[in-house]
Design a protein around this ligand. Structure first.
Ligand code: ATP
Ligand code: MG
Length: 345
């Protein structure tokens, strides 16, 4: 019986969250809310986040620094530590609510069913343990007890991420690796047990541009080859355009727009998404930086959190939280501005 089967109970089956397309939806997050209780007050880091990932999709999560991307995915993966706490929501993964799992069950799922590629590869690697032992430990936790088999599988996983001479890497330590090599090792570890779902949090931060492209190309190739789904966190809409199928745009701990990459990039509806797109560097065009800052997440503003920076803000924005507007195409955004072809969802 798989880990997920063991955890799945009838009451945990979601009520056809994908509208009847049975089995298509892999992850469905609803109402996710995470707070940090700090000496300065309660930080409203994630505020009722809803999104989904279908099987075989690469979904980008985009937004400027501090908007809650990492806390969102860490909440789903059970990696939020005190003073942080997930206070509300569900995150159904293949029929199991991840937010309802105990630590040990969640740890078993991570690795086997969900691979996590963190922002900083060196924080994901143990500095004082040979790389081979780290691979062996992951496999031992999932039933591969023989050192010989563990080594063969680690070798194959490293070859898969383009590391020539895997034995040299396996016998060494993390500090002997370049940033790009270390991230390849972390990717190999995340992919080792062929999880259905891969979560990558800004996996190329700190790497030079050429290596960034190589790593993103590599991740996408592996995800597509293995038929996996992926959530890719980035602050770069260029990365979203090139690597993702759908995109979720976050602002101040909320999702403010989502849709296919084509829909959202060609026809952004939320003024924040429009501003992000205008800030993408284009040859021969002046950069239009978004001015202002994220709101204070301790004294969270009433109404629309973007209103203080929004060129179109009008009376209701100051006190009414916008409802979701879902267009016929499925593209959804949260803004009081309306246009004729839209229906309120
Ligand atoms: N341990 C913590 N204690 C207090 N506040 C925190 C903690 N971790 C995160 N936060 C707050 O939660 C909010 C969201 O942070 P998060 O790390 O999710 O942003 P992000 O979108 O991932 O940004 P970046 O692009 O810089 O990685 C921020 O305001 C941050 O200050
Ligand atoms: Mg982050």
């Amino acid at each position: 019986m798989s880990t997920l089967d063991a955890l799945r109970r009838p009451r945990q089956q979601p009520a056809a969250p994908d509208g009847g397309g049975a089995g298509r939806r892999l992850l469905e997050v609803r109402g996710l809310t995470t707070r940090f209780d700090t000496p300065d007050g309660l930080v409203h880091a994630v505020n009722g986040v809803d999104f989904y990932v279908d099987r075989g999709e690469i979904v980008g999560v985009v937004g400027e620094s501090g908007c809650g991307k990492s806390v969102t995915i860490r909440s789903i993966l059970g990696l939020v530590r005190p003073p942080g706490r997930v206070v509300d929501g569900t995150a159904y993964f293949d029929g199991v609510d991840l937010l309802g799992l105990r630590g040990a069950d969640l740890r078993r799922l991570r690795g086997k069913e969900i691979g996590f590629i963190a922002q900083n590869p060196f924080s994901a690697l143990n500095p004082v343990m040979r790389i081979h032992r780290q691979f062996a430990n992951i496999m031992a936790a999932h039933g591969v007890k023989s050192d010989g088999e563990a080594r063969d599988r680690a070798r194959a996983a490293l070859a898969d991420v383009g590391i020539a001479g895997p034995d040299r890497v396996l016998d060494g330590y993390a500090h002997q690796l370049s940033g790009g090599m270390a991230q390849r090792v972390v990717i190999a570890m995340a992919m080792l047990l062929n999880p259905a779902f891969v979560v990558a949090d800004e996996p190329t931060t700190g790497l030079d541009l050429t290596v960034q492209r190589q790593i993103l190309d590599l991740i996408r190739r592996l995800v597509r080859e293995h038929g996996q789904s992926m959530l890719l966190v980035t602050h770069d809409l260029g990365v979203v355009a090139q690597y993702c199928d759908r995109v979720v745009v976050m602002y101040a701990g909320k999702v403010i727009e989502h849709g296919t990459v084509r829909q959202v990039l060609n026809d952004p509806r939320h003024p924040y998404t429009q501003a992000l797109i205008r800030a993408i560097p284009r040859p021969g065009q002046p950069l239009v930086h978004l001015t202002g800052r994220l709101p204070d997440l301790v004294n969270y503003p009433a109404g629309c959190p973007f209103r203080a920076r929004c060129p179109h803000a009008f009376e209701p924005c100051g006190h009414i939280v916008p409802d979701a507007v879902t267009m016929a195409s499925g593209q959804t955004y949260w803004c009081h501005l309306r246009q004729e072809k839209e229906e309120v969802g």
